[in-house]
Design a protein around this ligand. Structure first.
Ligand code: CO
Length: 329
C-alpha cells in the first residue's frame, strides 16, 4: 500500500524580490536550518528546513510510514490582493521553485501549484503552464477578498480545472481579524474551521455543485472545517428559511458525494463523524506537515481509529488519494 499525505506545505529556501504593492514576503535566514517568513518588518512564521529540504522530508516520511506527500504552497504566498499581473508572476516564481524541490524526489514529492485566482484568465493560464511543467494539482485559498467560491470567476476557474482533469485542494487563509480574534491563536483555531465551513456553504447553498460537473475533484482541508458537524443545521435552514431556500437544487447534505476532506482532525470521534457523514471513500490522509498545528505523528488518527475496517483504513491512507490525483499517485 502506498501511503499518500495530501496536505503538506513547502516554503522555498529563498526567492527573488517579488513584484506587487505593499509588504511582499521575504525570507530572513536565521541559521542553516531555520528561517523566518517576513511581511515587511513583521515576522510572519518561523520555518525549518523541513519546509524546503527534500532529504529531511523524506527522512520524516520514512519514520512515519508515508510514501508520498502532496507539496502545496503556504497560503501567505497566494497574493490574491495584488494586481493580477504581479500575482501571476509571483505564482510562476513559487511554482517553479516547488518543481525544484519535487525534482529531488520524483514521484514521492507531488507538487501542487498556486494561481492568481483574483484574475480568472491569468489563473487558468498559470494552471495550464504549471501542469505542463509538472504540477499535479492546484491549491487555492478559500476566498479571494470578499469573493467566495460561488463567485462567477472562481466557478469558471473550477470548471477549467475540472476540464483539465486537475485536482483542487482548498485551504483556508486570510482569516478575519478583530481584537477578540487576536488571542489564543483564535484566527487559526476558530477562524480557519469557520472559513472552510463558509466555503462549503458557498459551494452547496451557492449552487456551485449544480453548475460544476461531478468530474471536478475537490478536497477541503482540516476535515472540511466546521461544515460536517453542522450539516443538520444547514439542511434545516434550507427547508425552513426562505432566504436560504432556492439557491441550490439540494440541501447541503445532498452534495457530500461531490467533494473530499482531509483527516487533520486529531480526534478519533471527529474522524468517525467524517466517515459517518462523508463516507470513508471521501476522507483522505492529510497532516499539515511540517507545521506545529499539524498532526505530529502523520496518519496516527487513521491508523489508531478502532472503528475503521482494514479496507476503510486503506482507502483513507492510500486509495482515495490515488483517485483524487487521477489514478496516478
Ligand atoms: Co495547511
Amino acid at each position: 500500500m502506498t501511503v499518500v499525505d495530501v496536505h503538506t506545505h513547502y516554503v522555498p529556501a529563498g526567492w527573488p524580490e517579488l513584484p506587487g504593492v505593499g509588504p511582499r514576503p521575504t525570507l530572513r535566514v536565521d541559521s542553516p536550518r531555520t528561517a523566518t517568513i517576513m511581511l515587511g518588518e513583521r515576522p510572519f512564521r518561523t520555518v525549518t528546513d523541513t519546509a524546503w529540504n527534500a532529504d529531511v522530508r523524506l527522512r520524516d516520511m520514512a519514520e512515519h510510514g508515508v510514501d508520498r506527500q502532496v507539496l502545496s504552497p503556504t497560503p501567505v504566498f497566494f497574493s490574491y490582493d495584488q494586481p493580477g499581473d504581479a500575482a501571476a508572476a509571483i505564482s510562476a516564481i513559487f511554482n517553479d521553485l516547488a518543481l525544484d524541490i519535487a525534482a529531488q524526489a520524483p514521484g514521492r514529492l507531488i507538487p501542487f501549484c498556486q494561481v492568481p485566482l483574483q484574475d480568472t484568465d491569468a489563473a487558468c493560464r498559470e494552471l495550464e503552464r504549471a501542469v505542463a511543467a509538472g504540477h499535479r494539482g492546484v491549491e487555492i485559498g478559500n476566498h479571494v477578498g470578499d469573493r467566495d467560491l460561488d463567485d462567477a470567476g472562481v466557478v469558471t476557474f473550477l470548471q477549467h480545472a475540472a476540464a483539465l482533469d486537475v485536482p483542487v485542494f482548498v485551504h483556508p487563509w486570510d482569516m478575519p481579524s478583530a481584537p477578540r480574534l487576536g488571542r489564543w491563536m483564535a484566527q487559526w483555531l476558530v477562524g480557519m474551521p469557520a472559513e472552510t465551513h463558509l466555503s462549503l456553504l458557498a459551494m452547496t447553498l451557492g449552487g456551485v455543485f449544480d453548475r460544476v460537473g461531478p468530474q471536478l475533484r475537490i478536497c477541503f482541508a482540516h476535515g472540511g472545517g466546521s461544515f460536517p458537524f453542522w450539516i443538520g443545521r444547514m439542511d434545516n435552514a434550507w427547508r425552513e428559511r426562505h432566504d436560504v431556500v432556492g439557491g441550490s437544487q439540494l440541501p447541503p447534505s445532498g452534495y457530500v458525494d461531490r467533494f473530499s476532506v482531509d483527516s487533520v482532525v486529531f480526534d478519533e470521534r471527529a474522524l468517525r463523524l467524517l466517515v459517518d457523514t462523508m463516507g470513508a471513500e471521501r476522507v483522505l490522509l492529510g497532516t499539515d506537515y511540517p507545521y506545529p498545528l499539524g498532526e505530529q505523528e502523520p496518519g496516527a488518527v487513521i491508523r489508531k481509529a478502532g472503528f475503521l475496517s482494514d479496507d476503510q483504513r486503506a482507502l483513507m491512507l492510500s486509495g482515495n488519494a490515488d483517485r483524487f490525483l487521477g489514478g496516478k499517485a
